[in-house]
Design a binder for this molecule. Structure first.
Ligand code: APR
Length: 412
């Protein structure tokens, strides 16, 4: 990055890449670019404390673990125990253990909470000399189809900055600003609302032996580990319901009933929110010099744990494409970015949709009616009894299914 003259208090700079957003997508892109010797500036509107404490996803799939390994980053950025490969489905209180390890060579998934990954990616980037700027305001993009793009923003002290760059990575999530810099009519938004709400609760309570998905006539529930002494729980609820209609006693009663575990240990609830299950894909994921990465391009319903992993995938594809451009003057991967990412996005959307419908339709009759309920139960039955069905499920969980390509950078 070079700093130019300061004119009327404005700082003018230049960089190869400006990354907007320091979530999993932005920090992964920044780390991989830096490892490739490509300079970048990361602009984040929140404080470092806020970003590194935000608790969301919890599993890094096998493919993503191997991607970090190939970049020499796995030991630096991943923490938490390996996922033991077992997922528990509990149907009307009856337990079914599904082996979700796909049998391939190499490390499996890691139970790494998102905030831990974000903290470690932040530390790794700064230790590598990275340029991370927090609490920026008024980010706006210009000249996206010109010779150089321009990013303007105000730093925390109010100083206006202008950075010219070859590429902008829009890693600013679903509510960011980069997507809105694309002219109307260029992007198509494919949206789907499942008509299902979830209450999610974070508590200082013992994690389950295995990640647990429960089907019951009262509705879906789930219990996931989020560290040695904390858990995240999910409860299906009517869409649009407010979290304050779920006081602690109601949450623990519903969990005990739906998980079929009257002895479930309760603990202090530290966070509680409700949200609708929805899916969204913006196509294409590129406009001129702007590349949309992660949630800025797509939202996937949380079932199957693919949201954060898709963000890591996009970041890998983007960084490798920029590296090809800078090092080899080869733009083929930049041109293929959107198509390549969208192929995986739709595959993960399909998996997530399948799992979402299956565990919800199989339970509460009022959601989809008895016909769909029986179909969903037949799908679960097949998963529990057919090794071929279990293998297909495991490949999708690992992110290594043959339909998808899974670039792993080995030629650093
Ligand atoms: N300017 C700068 N930064 C911004 C702006 C803006 N105008 N708008 C948003 N941001 C920042 C946010 O503060 C946030 O830190 O962009 C970041 C986007 O991060 P995420 O929303 O976590 O998105 P992403 O990095 O794509 O990760 C997606 O993580 O939490 C999961 O459900 C999410 O699994 C998905 C994955």
């Amino acid at each position: 990055m070079t700093v130019g003259e300061q004119d009327l208090g404005e700082v003018r700079e230049s960089a190869t890449v400006v990354v907007i957003g320091a979530g999993p997508a932005g920090l992964t892109a920044a780390n991989l670019l830096r490892r490739s010797g490509i300079d970048c500036v990361v602009l984040e509107r929140r404080s470092r404390e806020y970003v590194t404490q935000r608790q969301r996803a919890g599993i890094v799939e096998s493919r993503a673990v191997r991607m970090f390994e190939a970049w020499g980053l796995a030991d630096l950025v991943l923490a938490g125990p390996p996922h033991d490969g077992i997922l528990e489905f509990r149907v009307d209180g009856e337990s079914h253990l599904v082996d979700d390890s796909d049998g391939s060579e190499g490390p499996g998934a890691r139970l790494c909470p998102q905030q831990v990954l974000v903290q470690k990616l932040t530390d790794a980037h700064l230790a590598d000399g990275g340029d991370l700027r927090y609490e920026v305001a008024d980010v706006c993009l210009h000249d996206l189809t010109g010779d150089r793009a321009t990013v303007r923003y105000r730093s925390a002290d109010g100083t206006p900055h202008t950075i010219t760059c070859a590429f902008v990575a829009g890693c600013d999530g679903d509510h960011g600003v980069t997507r809105s810099a694309v002219p109307d009519g260029v992007l198509t938004a494919h949206a789907f609302d499942h008509g299902i709400g979830w209450l999610t609760v974070l508590a200082d309570a013992p994690p389950p032996a295995h990640p647990l998905l429960a089907v019951s006539p009262q509705g879906f529930a789930a219990h996931f580990p989020r560290g040695p002494h904390s858990s995240r729980y999910y409860l299906q609820c009517p869409p649009g319901e407010r979290p304050d209609v779920w006081p602690d006693a109601r949450v623990w009663d519903a969990l005990r009933t739906r998980l079929g575990d009257p002895a479930l240990t309760a603990g202090p609830i530290t966070d509680r929110e409700t949200f609708p299950l929805r899916s969204l894909v913006h196509d294409p994921m590129q406009y001129g010099r702007l590349f949309l990465v992660g949630d800025a391009a797509h939202i996937v319903s949380p079932m199957g744990g693919k949201g954060m992993n898709l963000a890591l995938y996009d970041a890998d594809v983007f960084a490798r494409a920029v590296r090809d451009h800078v090092r080899d003057h080869d733009d083929a991967a930049l041109r293929a970015y959107s198509q390549r990412c969208l192929r995986r996005v739709w595959s993960d959307q399909e998996f997530s949709h399948w799992l979402t419908r299956t565990v919800h339709d199989a339970g509460d009759d009022t959601l989809s009616g008895p016909f769909l309920r029986n179909l969903a139960r037949a799908r679960l039955d097949r998963l529990f009894t057919s090794p071929a069905a279990a293998q297909a499920f495991a490949e999708l969980m690992a992110g290594l299914d043959p339909l998808q390509d899974h670039p792993v950078a080995t030629d650093r």
